[in-house]
Write a protein that binds this ligand. Structure first.
Ligand code: ZN
Length: 213
């Protein structure tokens, strides 16, 4: 388990906040992401700021659980995310926790061409091979954000910057390929254009020659 709780759910908004944004003491209005019990903000001079359960209990409050929730919240509330090899990717309709067939990716976003992009946030275990295979075979886009090695003292703003504006910790597991029919159509159009140009050129030549004959 992690040493300190730094993220918690702020009751009035239901959103994840970092201890830096919470009030000090018992009236911080925050609950534990693991057990839902009330927390106190501990913002003393000596130790790193953190939350503490108001009633001492054996909760294995996990940094990973809170981090996972915070990342989902950040992406759901944004409209653009930096992706490796894709630059800044604008998106719409972000949804957290959707089920696709037997798999449950953490987040689904739609790019501006209405293509689905699934995002998996990893904090302890990576994506299973069967899940990866499923996305490859289904020709869907899947991006992993692997935060296993993230700095545990990160605050919300730094996390937001990292998730939205950098490639760090992200990898594209698979990316949707253009459907074959679309490619085939493009090839057809290209072929047809070439044939028409050729016929016009030939007709032109024949016409010119017949003029000077
Ligand atoms: Zn707890």
């Amino acid at each position: 388990m992690s040493a300190e709780i730094t993220f918690a759910t702020y009751i009035p908004t239901g959103k994840i906040i970092h201890i830096d944004r919470a009030l000090n003491g018992d009236n911080c209005n925050c609950v534990c992401n693991e057990c839902s019990d009330l927390l106190s903000g501990i913002q003393g001079q000596v130790n790193e700021h953190h939350f503490r359960h108001q009633v001492v209990k054996d909760c294995k409050a996990s940094f990973e659980t809170a981090l996972h929730l915070a990342v989902k919240q950040i992406i759901v509330e944004a409209q653009e995310i930096c992706m490796p090899g894709k630059g800044n990717l604008p998106y719409k309709n972000p949804v957290a926790e959707i089920i696709h067939k037997d798999y449950r990716p953490d987040i689904l976003i739609l790019d501006l061409y209405n293509k689905n992009i699934y995002i998996e946030v990893t904090v302890t275990n990576g994506i299973s091979k069967s899940k990866k295979d499923f996305f490859v075979q289904s020709n869907l886009s899947l991006v992993e954000i692997d935060l296993t090695n993230i700095d545990r003292n990160i605050n919300y703003e730094a996390l937001k910057g990292l998730i939205l504006y950098t490639h760090k910790y992200k990898s594209i597991i698979t990316w949707e390929k253009e459907s074959r029919s679309f490619k085939a159509k493009l090839m057809e159009i290209a072929g047809l254009t070439f044939m028409i140009t050729l016929i016009i050129t030939l007709l032109n030549l024949i016409f010119k020659r017949s003029k000077y004959d």
